[in-house]
Design a protein around this ligand. Structure first.
Ligand SMILES: *[C@@H]1O[C@H](CO)[C@@H](O)[C@H](O)[C@H]1NC(C)=O
Ligand SMILES: *[C@@H]1O[C@H](CO)[C@@H](O)[C@H](O)[C@H]1NC(C)=O
Length: 349
């Protein structure tokens, strides 16, 4: 009982003193993003839809998860990209935006993947950003794959067809890491304006210098973390070596439950601009995989455990093309519906 009272007191103190850390501050003099709950709950549906294994359903936007979404939005799938990691690009008319969504890694065991995250080294200099270090594997998962080319192509195509649209990039877990690299790429290398990012349960991807560059270049970024989700705690952040370790970029929004007696409140805490707010997810132990797999009540995993393998109808396969690396790219021209043996086939590679 006494312990519980103490716990509540600590939480309240943290809510009041929202920025009590004395740590290396990421430069954040620029405008900070505004957290929009409605938008986050829409984008989490897209981040979830990308886990659908049946590509036919996704491509024709007829899956159960998509149906819920279609009521809200008229979504057209432009391209799906199929490698060991998977993403789609589409135009959400209600958002007046191109939505790019990345899937997380769940091909094998998520436990193994999480354990592996402990040992990621900062072993790559982000090109063109002195002293900005990232993890080679995270970087290449986006940059050295067909995904990148396909996404850039689809974004270009959507803009040509629909005019100037906002770009919203989202992803869960490893998909969140890829979403961040994608957004940065669009801003740095493709002069994209109004790029917005919301990721869910993403790991750290670079050091403090990288976080600082990122925050300047893609200021409109929200990194949602959920309760005790382990992944945002990885690779580890070492308080005493702020320059040497991984460092999150801002702005975190931490979802957690606040229990007062028999009442439980869900709190969405908008964190400070440092990226490593000690009063947000860092104030608890990251020890939950369950908390990693559900955000805002939406499941972020393949429907059947261990069956993330992508399947598709031969009819849909006609819209696809295999590249020399064995990646499969599906692409549909804007404003065409999939009909058997009809519709324009557009190759992206
Ligand atoms: C939040 O996002 C929704 C969906 O895009 C939008 O309709 C709404 O205007 C936004 N709210 C604010 C305050 O920007
Ligand atoms: C990406 O791939 C190219 C060619 O396959 C290689 O030369 C380059 O070093 C790779 N980049 C990274 C960061 O691994």
């Amino acid at each position: 009982m006494e312990q519980k009272a103490w716990l509540i007191l600590v939480i309240f103190t943290c809510l009041i003193a929202s920025s009590c850390g004395r740590e290396l501050k990421v430069d954040h003099k620029h405008k900070l993003p505004v957290y929009n709950h409605t938008l986050a709950t829409i984008l989490v549906e897209y981040a979830s839809a990308v886990y659908i294994s049946d590509l036919t359903e996704l491509f024709t936007w007829t899956c159960e998860r998509c149906n819920g979404l279609t009521k809200v939005l008229d979504f057209q799938c432009l391209s799906g990209f199929l490698v060991h990691l998977f993403a789609f690009v589409g135009v959400a008319k209600d958002l007046n935006a191109v939505v790019i969504a990345f899937r997380g890694t769940q091909e094998h065991s998520i436990q193994n993947w999480v354990e592996d995250l402990f040992w990621k080294q900062l072993d790559l200099n982000y090109p063109g950003m002195p002293d900005a270090m990232v993890h080679h594997g995270f970087y290449t998962a986006y940059h050295n794959t067909t995904i990148r080319h396909g996404i850039l192509h689809a974004v270009k195509e959507a803009k040509e067809f629909y005019g100037d649209l906002d770009i919203m990039v989202t992803g869960h877990s490893m998909g969140g890491a890829m979403a961040s690299f994608c957004a940065l790429d669009l801003v740095v290398n493709h002069e994209a304006k109004s790029v917005q990012v919301i990721t869910f349960g993403q790991p750290r991807i670079g050091n403090a210098v990288f976080a600082s560059y990122y925050a300047k270049l893609v200021p409109n970024t929200i990194r949602v973390t959920n309760d005790h989700d382990i992944v945002p705690h990885l690779p580890p952040y070492y308080y005493y070596f702020p320059q040497k370790t991984y460092h999150h970029f801002p702005r975190e929004v931490w979802l957690y439950s606040l229990g007062l007696g028999s009442l439980v409140y869900r709190v969405e805490k908008v964190c400070d601009g440092s990226g490593e707010d000690p009063t947000c997810s860092r104030s608890v132990t990251g020890n939950s995989i369950m908390d990693h797999l559900n955000y805002y009540g939406v499941d972020l995993m393949c429907q059947e455990w261990r069956s993330c393998r992508i399947v598709m109808d031969p009819r849909v396969a006609e819209y696809g093309k295999m590249d020399h690396k064995g990646n499969f790219i599906l692409s549909r021209a804007p404003a065409t519906r999939v009909r058997s043996n009809e519709g324009e086939v557009k190759a992206s590679a």
